[in-house]
Design a binder for this molecule. Structure first.
Ligand code: AOF
Ligand code: ZN
Length: 356
């Protein structure tokens, strides 16, 4: 078992690690773990802080180094306190081990090991170059922060975000099927912003037929950031019903899976390099992902409108009794867990850590 404060770490490093964990939790969940970093002078003074803001953005270590430099501090001979072992690979960004070496860092205290094979092992080149590395400081807290991300790695599937927009009584349409729009402009613009963070966006064939969505990431200006690789998330449809030849979702960056098997689709997407999937419904697809236990976070937009007998957001969860009901908890990562958007509310949730 890893001790919370391994021998050889200082009080200043312990305090800095708690701060780094706090910073990490500000990051955006998805393809990458939440990571925070604090740069300390040899006397324990804080020189810079940083955190990882999501896949494609700088890692926590270069962010903390840049912050220190921006404040006129020289990073040579400093101690970097970081919640994850510095990476040792070039992914969407460069290796943090090299960034620390290039900055002339003297010591690194990190919490948890990186369990992502290709990125792991940054401590080795650092130590080989004479940078002292101490591991395990508040490791358990760092691991807990990235529990679901770690599970995705183990299961070799993308991190799954589920987005739902529903009425106060949990419906996604009125009884005649009308559903445009339940939530207001602000909530829908926010939904597009979340879309832009994912590698792929998925809906069922039922949604394609009912709504004919484009699934591109459109900010409120109406400008598309898609379609196609590099310019927006892949657009994915799963289900058996044929997708019409003139469906708006078609085009470059469109993928079709003729199956209802969630695990199969996740495996295929992972094989194509998708590390963060946004599931946008409809209700049957959302329920299938929830039932499979693969939803890692939920953004739920709730509009204060009552729809009565319309279609429920999650119709088929197989919950027979309250004791079996999956519980979720509010999640402040990436911003407040509860946000007002015009007349609506957005809840950000993660599976409860006390779930059965
Ligand atoms: C770090 N610091 O802040 C994070 C790390 O594609 P990339 O370049 O963003 O690399 C992603 C991988 O790097 C990710 O899967 C994880 O192993 C590690 N994340 N590492 O040193 C950070 N976010
Ligand atoms: Zn890194």
């Amino acid at each position: 078992m890893t001790t919370t404060t391994p021998p050889g770490t200082t009080t200043a490093e312990g305090a800095a690690m708690l701060r780094a964990l706090e910073l990490a939790a500000r990051g955006v969940r998805g393809a990458n773990p939440l990571v925070g970093a604090v740069l300390l002078a040899p006397d324990g003074a804080v020189l810079g802080e940083g955190y990882h803001r999501g896949a494609g953005t700088p890692h926590a270590e270069p962010a903390a180094l840049a912050d220190a430099r921006a404040h006129g501090h020289d990073p040579r001979g400093t101690t970097l306190v970081v919640t994850l072992e510095p990476c040792n690979h070039t992914g969407r960004t460069g290796p943090c081990s090299e960034a620390v070496l290039a900055a002339g860092g003297g010591r690194v205290a990190y919490a948890a090991d990186d369990v992502n094979g290709p990125a792991a092992g940054g401590a080795q080149p650092l130590e080989a170059a004479g940078v002292q590395c101490v591991r395990g400081l508040h490791a358990e807290r760092s691991r807990r922060l990235n529990e679901r991300w770690t599970r995705c790695l183990a299961e070799q599937r993308p991190f799954v975000t589920l987005k739902s927009a529903q009425s106060l009584d949990g419906r996604v349409a009125a009884s005649d099927g009308s559903s445009r729009w339940i939530t207001g402009d602000d909530a829908r613009a926010d939904g597009h912003r979340i879309r832009a963070l994912a590698d792929a966006v998925l809906v069922g064939t039922g949604t394609v037929l009912a709504d004919d969505p484009r699934l591109t990431a459109r900010p409120r200006s109406g400008e598309d950031t898609g379609p196609g690789p590099g310019s927006g998330p892949l657009r994915v449809v799963m289900g058996h019903t044929p997708v019409p030849a003139d469906a708006a979702i078609r085009g470059e960056g469109f993928l079709r899976f003729i199956t209802r098997d969630v695990t199969e689709v996740l495996g295929e997407l992972h094989g194509r390099g998708v590390r963060h999937l946004l599931v946008e419904g409809g209700p049957r697809i959302a329920s299938a992902f929830l039932r499979a236990g693969v939803v890692d976070e939920v953004f739920s937009y709730v509009a204060p409108v009552l729809l009565g007998d319309g279609a429920p957001a999650f119709p088929d969860l197989g919950v027979g009794t309250l004791a079996d009901a999956p519980r979720w908890e509010l999640d402040d990562a990436g911003g407040p867990a509860v946000v007002r958007l015009g007349p609506d509310v957005r809840l950000h949730l993660r599976p409860s850590s006390t779930a059965p």
